[in-house]
Write a protein that binds this ligand. Structure first.
Ligand SMILES: Cc1cc2nc3c(=O)[nH]c(=O)nc-3n(C[C@H](O)[C@H](O)[C@H](O)COP(=O)(O)OP(=O)(O)OC[C@H]3O[C@@H](n4cnc5c(N)ncnc54)[C@H](O)[C@@H]3O)c2cc1C
Length: 489
């Protein structure tokens, strides 16, 4: 059996469903093929469940300190089953909402594994999708345009494959019903440090082994250093320049033991379990790309600025194309692809304008070029920094760790990197040259409350007048000379 659509989307994650909704809004008949659940990684195995857990960890950490704020509550106890059930409720509520959105936009959802097929009796060109449904029935969906949005999965370290009990992927970690006493986290990127922060707040003894010289390598170097300092202060053990040797892994009573090489020496690491967080690989195998002229480069689907593959009626968006593997980037790409299919004007895709976020405690939020990248690109750079210790609101909240840093072009005063407001993150990216806003409780830039916009402004203004800011300037907002353009380049 075959059905015709204007647009078929393979994969119902944030990239796929954003594309589908936009195409439907623009009057197209649309189908989504999804082999698991609508919402994909972000909703079921990524952003949402991990942030729900992080929120519980944050509340727990705050409760343990409540006496400092004059609130005495008696013993604070962690009820992990309740933490999990709240996480599941948040996910389920969004999942229900998403299913409603599909119905509202008259998008047909076909559940089953989809595969792209080549020219056939259904269509003279490649790009139709065969769907193997749960009851074994095979359907063919024939579109004018196909959007590939198959996402990504956790990378595996050969020899240290996840078993779901002692060696975990981030998917397995979200399924843990009990917390181990200690956790070795292999990989100190975004996912690794979020889990380190969360688990340490839950009282798990955490060790991070990172092969590179610093944590979160995509961020400013001084932000990495500050985060490392703050995590160590909370009792997290951090080994950088440390290569874990999978062949030395021994599973033993109560966990595992593994050796690692650090600056020419062998060290032994032991923990109740290990979380392998060494990046994510694109889902490009087994989806029928060999039946098309779509090109794969470095493991990812190659696309042009309009998200078209080498076959121009086949688009690809989100994690399967590499680039910035973040949910809002995938959503933006999905919308851009749908608008291009519908011949609408759309926003240019510029990866450095995509806000980045790390939801550790403290959080990191930034957009633009790092200081090092700006220099590499030939900018004469000036920077400005304000520590949250100088901010009244940060002191009021009892959240004084971290700072705001702005990187600017010394000649034009254009901002090259700075913090962003998490709530306004799409607006800032899509607006491109909008002004900066930021919030506190972050390393480097951030989220959390309304005080850091002042910090950015103060940091920037005091720098623009070429002087150092004093506590008094920052606290009282004294003398505010006009800065140069507060535009992100
Ligand atoms: C632990 C973790 C935390 C994260 N936290 C954040 C965060 O805080 N903020 C943020 O912005 N990003 C975060 N991310 C990244 C974010 O989840 C991804 O960037 C985003 O989900 C990518 O969306 P996508 O649509 O490209 O792919 P996915 O969400 O992976 O969706 C792809 C979908 O395609 C389906 N599929 C694949 N192949 C087929 C097939 N052959 N047939 C049918 N269906 C198929 C899959 O089942 C899946 O549902 C996090 C990721 C992880 C792992």
């Amino acid at each position: 059996m075959s059905q015709n659509f204007d647009v078929v989307v393979l994969g119902g994650g944030v990239g796929g469903y954003s594309a589908a909704i936009r195409a439907a809004q623009l009057g197209k008949s649309v189908a989504i093929v999804e082999e698991d659940k609508l919402g994909g990684t972000c909703l079921h195995r990524g952003c949402i469940p991990s942030k729900a857990l992080l929120r519980s960890a944050e509340v727990y950490a705050l409760m343990k300190e409540s006496a400092r704020f004059g609130i005495e509550t008696g013993e604070t106890r962690l009820n992990f089953p309740q933490v999990l059930s709240r996480k599941n409720e948040v996910v389920e509520s969004l999942h229900t909402g998403l299913q409603f959105l599909m119905r509202k936009h008259k998008i047909q959802v076909f559940y089953g594994k989809g595969r792209v097929i080549g020219p056939s009796i259904f269509s003279p060109r490649s790009g139709a999708v065969s769907v193997e449904q749960a009851d074994g029935e095979i359907l063919s969906l024939v579109p004018e345009a196909l959007i590939l949005a198959t996402g990504s999965r956790p990378r595996v370290l050969p020899g240290l494959e996840p078993d779901g009990v002692t060696v975990l992927s981030s998917d397995d970690a979200l399924r843990m019903e009990e917390l181990p006493a200690s956790m070795l986290i292999i990989g100190g990127g975004v996912i690794g440090v979020e889990w380190a922060s969360m688990l340490s707040d839950f009282g798990v003894k955490v060790t991070i082994a990172e092969v590179g010289p610093r944590l979160v390598p995509g961020e400013e170097e001084e932000i990495s250093r500050e985060l490392e300092r703050l995590l160590r202060k909370r009792g997290v053990t951090i080994h950088t320049g440390c290569t874990v040797l999978p062949e030395t892994c021994r599973k033993q009573e109560g966990g595992l033991s593994i050796e690692a090489e650090q600056r020419g020496e062998r060290i032994r690491l032991e923990a109740g379990a290990a979380l392998v967080s060494v990046g994510r690989g694109a889902n490009v195998e087994g989806i029928g790309l060999e039946n098309t002229d779509v090109k794969i480069e470095g493991g990812y689907i190659r696309v042009n600025a309009s998200m078209q593959t080498a076959e121009h009626h086949i688009y690809a968006v989100g994690d399967c194309t590499g680039g910035v593997q973040l949910a809002h980037a995938a959503g933006h790409e999905g919308i851009a692809a749908a608008e291009h299919i519908c011949r609408q004007e759309t926003h240019r895709y510029e990866p450095h304008r995509i806000p980045r976020c790390v939801y550790s405690r403290p959080e990191i939020a930034s957009v633009g070029w790092t200081e090092a990248q700006a220099k590499e690109r030939g900018h004469e750079v000036k920077t400005s920094k304000v520590h949250f210790q100088a901010l009244g609101k940060a002191l009021v909240l009892g959240e004084t760790d971290g700072f705001v840093k702005v990187v600017a072009d010394a000649r034009t005063n254009d901002i090259l990197r700075g913090p962003y407001d998490r709530c306004a993150c799409d607006r800032l990216y899509l607006g491109g040259r909008a002004g900066a806003a930021a919030r506190s409780r972050t390393v480097g830039s951030g989220n959390g409350d309304a005080s850091a916009p002042d910090a950015v402004g103060d940091s920037w203004r005091s720098d623009a007048r070429g002087g150092r800011k004093s506590h008094h300037d920052v606290a009282a907002g004294a003398e505010r000379p006009r800065p140069g353009k507060m535009n992100y380049l």
